[in-house]
Design a protein. Structure first.
Length: 151
């Protein structure tokens, strides 16, 4: 049994990889060669990483807030290096000044930002590790083992 698999546009949990009929016939419910199953496994891993990050970061509003905090923090760090902003337009200078002001305030001292980044780092690292493991797999069973590491 496969804990999690994405086949085409459908996500399945506790999915039987093959069906054994009473007459002895065995029918695979998933691709049954490494070459055919590998793209399915990689697609499943990618979907899983995205779903986990989305769940951990919360709704769109929270994700947007975390992103704006990250941008403001980067602006403050860049501003601390005294960059030459003479080639920026007035609107760009104004936006950079506002981001720098936000970045130098408590706005970027944020648990939301840290939680979002932790989730992205953790799930992307696990997805990368599982993807590498899948690419090295020599058998369908090894690929199924990779899928069964998704929780």
């Amino acid at each position: 049994m496969i804990r999690l698999i994405k086949l085409n546009d459908f996500i399945y949990q506790n999915y039987e990889e093959k069906t054994n009929y009473e007459n002895g016939e065995e029918v695979w419910n998933i691709p049954n060669t490494v070459q055919e199953l590998l793209p399915v496994v990689l697609d499943t891993i990618n979907w899983w990483v995205g779903a986990k990050v989305k769940k951990a970061t919360g709704d769109f509003v929270k994700l947007s807030a975390a992103n704006s905090k990250a941008i403001a923090l980067l602006a403050a760090i860049i501003a601390s290096q005294n960059p030459d902003t003479s080639n920026l337009t007035e609107l760009q200078k104004s936006a950079f000044d506002k981001m720098t002001t936000l970045g130098n305030s408590d706005y970027t001292d944020s648990q939301l930002l840290n939680n979002s980044l932790d989730a992205v780092v953790n799930y992307v690292q696990k997805g990368t590790q599982l993807g590498a493991q899948a690419i090295q797999a020599q058998s369908v069973e090894e690929l199924i083992d990779v899928l069964n590491q998704l929780d």
